[in-house]
Design a protein around this ligand. Sequence first.
Ligand code: TV1
Ligand code: CA
Ligand code: ZN
Length: 387
Amino acid sequence: NNGIRRPKGYVVSYHANPDMEKMHFGPKHPMKPWRLTLTNKIVLAYGMHEAMDLYIPRAATPQELKEFHREDYIDFLQRVTPADNTWDPESRTYAYNTADDCPIFDGLYNYCSLYAGASLDAARKLTNHQSQIAINWSGGLHHAKKTEASGFCYINDIVLAILQLLLHHPRVLYIDIDVHHGDGVEQAFWSTDRVMTLSFHKYDRAEFFPGTGALDDTGPLNNASPGAHHSLNVPLHDGIEDDQYIKLFQDIVRPCVRTYQPTVIVLQCGADSLGGDRLGCFNVNIKAHGACVAFVKKFNLPMLVLGGGGYTARNVAKAWAYETSLCIGAEVHPNLPVHTPYLEHFGNEKTLFPKLDSTERYANKNSRVYLESVVMGIMEQLRYLQG
Ligand code: TV1
Ligand code: CA
Ligand code: ZN
């Protein structure tokens, strides 16, 4: 099977429930759960399943979801149907912020409880020491709030998984390479020093969702709060290139790990930071995106690897399959195996590493000086933690 073997000295667990993949947000909606089918097809075609423990996780229970979310919101998700999603003229919204971005579709509650169940299962494998790297590509839905849906996210599986990890770990480092700011996770752990959140994202307060995540948003301003300086943000402009992104990631993550000394790392691998993404605006290629995963793995800490955004499905699938191979420590052939199903979805393009073509590139608005100033801003925050 392409020479793929179980990694020596550690176990990778892979958590995927195929029932999720059939869900539809609606015809024009950018979020396509079938990108997970595509991802799993590539993972299987390479034979990577033989190198991991595979789990089909059960759905999270309402009880488990209420560990973070408010009871009435979970009750609402459980009972609402597309037909009774009624407009509230007073707040001029649909209930709990379910509107265009977060529609009520058939099977919504099932969808939510499945991806949350997968992240909880993955976190538990880490805390039971049954695996050292646990992967859930269906999770990573970082915008969901305690009492409302936001940005295609209804349940915050990341917060639920981190709460699980905190039962066994003193310090959790959360790293988010989705092109959007990880606002829901940041907000949930804003006041605590037991979780450090670090998001890399396109930042434009007025023009790019969700508009938060400035360099100087670093936790409660009151220095007496334990959370002060434990929320870190790396605001970026359009068009960042591979070499810049990799260097920036390493120059920031390295000192964060050294200073904070986490005992577990949660990595949200949103693939909308790839070049050519339908919603993103960076020029990052699959190898550079993967280099971030490989870099985090080298710290040899237990690692929860999650998905997130990613709206050009063929690229999402290639990136996450490649990142699965990095987690296993396997070398994969740069062309998809000939028997990969659905090759037509990849535009018959067999390479795992498609080149960004010039029409997909964004002009690079990130100068060297700007990126250096961002690294300095982060270092300044970390200095508060050394005291
Ligand atoms: C239905 C149909 C919904 C077509 C939404 C793009 C659509 C978007 C659609 C869309 C779209 C957003 C906003 C504006 C807030 C709104 C999974 C006042 C072509 C993690 C979420 C982005 C990203 C939300 C999620 C954003 C993630 N962009 N077509 N909606 N409003 N919403 O800007 O971080 O990747 O775009
Ligand atoms: Ca991010
Ligand atoms: Zn995103």
